[in-house]
Ligand binder design. Structure first.
Ligand code: PXL
Length: 279
């Protein structure tokens, strides 16, 4: 069985970061080790939350794993709370590096043109440096603008704008750039990708769903990572991750009592397994 490591916070309730990555990647038949970087009562979308920093645990845990000779087929990262945590992720990448180990970075910084609480443009610049060390990055349009030091484009963009941003981000040093939350036509919503080695541009769009839900970026990132670890090619993996995310939102909308702070991805797991040809 393949083994991966997911490094991000654990927001104990609210369905994002590790409470999404662990069940989704595990359901795909991949052993999933976790490195919680902080423990929050709920994610920062809520008006109040507790926050217990776990930065000082990161290196001792990594060193202990090394003593046990554990290796990883991939490492993925999401929400990271400080400059120091980004530095430690870079150290972990170097420590566990081996040929073929997949490094996926989701540069979690903000959404809808706004930084999440506590982040700013200096932090975005540092995150861009981490992206340069990854094999795959999955920023949304807010994160693209923040990392390139540009104004957020809102919905006023076209395909040319996206293609240019993909290439600029690849210039950070990452060979596979995937921009999430892209739409070129009403009713179709998905991702645009650039493979810098093959100089290949691609897109995948699913059925646009009404409403906005927290944690869908984390869900997409976990599913994409799982699909790539399961050796789907990038085009297949993008389809898997988009369709699973769309199905999770569809399931959520079917529930008249749905909440905005997380999606009912649990009921979309059969869709994920189907897309991975596991059922
Ligand atoms: O979904 C990204 C995310 C992860 N973790 C925490 C967050 C957020 C977004 O707000 O607050 C703690």
């Amino acid at each position: 069985m393949k083994r991966v490591l997911s490094i991000q916070d654990i927001s104990c309730l609210g369905k994002c970061s590790l409470t999404v990555a662990l069940p989704v990647i595990s359901a795909a038949g991949i052993e999933t080790a976790i490195m919680p970087t902080a423990m929050l009562s709920v994610h920062t979308w809520f008006k109040s939350f507790t926050f217990h920093d776990l930065t000082d645990e990161i290196m001792p845990v990594c060193k202990n794993w090394k003593e046990h000779n554990f290796e990883f087929d991939g490492i993925s990262t999401g929400y990271l709370g400080s400059f120091r945590q980004i530095e430690l992720v870079e150290e972990a990448f170097a420590m566990f590096n081996k040929p073929g180990m997949l490094k996926l970075v989701d540069p979690v910084l903000g959404d809808n043109g706004k930084f999440y609480v506590g982040f700013d443009s200096a932090f975005a610049k540092r995150m861009a440096h981490l992206c340069g060390k990854a094999d795959v990055i999955v920023p949304n349009l807010t994160e693209v603008a923040a990392m390139l030091g540009e104004e957020y484009c809102g919905s006023g963009y076209d395909e040319k704008y996206i293609r240019e941003r993909l290439k600029r981000l690849a210039g950070l040093g990452c060979p596979n750039v995937v921009i999430t939350g892209v739409s070129y036509e009403k009713g179709r919503y998905g991702v645009a990708a650039w493979n810098a080695e093959k100089e290949e541009y691609s897109t995948y769009f699913g059925e646009e769903q009404p409403g906005t839900f927290h944690g869908t970026g984390d869900l997409f990132s976990a599913a994409l990572f799982a699909a790539l670890i399961r050796e789907q090619n990038m085009a297949q993996a993008l389809e898997t991750a988009v369709e699973f995310t769309v199905e999770s939102i569809r399931m959520t909308l079917q529930n008249p009592d749905h909440v905005p702070y997380g999606v009912e991805f649990e009921r979309a797991i059969p869709c994920l397994l189907g897309k991975l040809n596991l059922i």
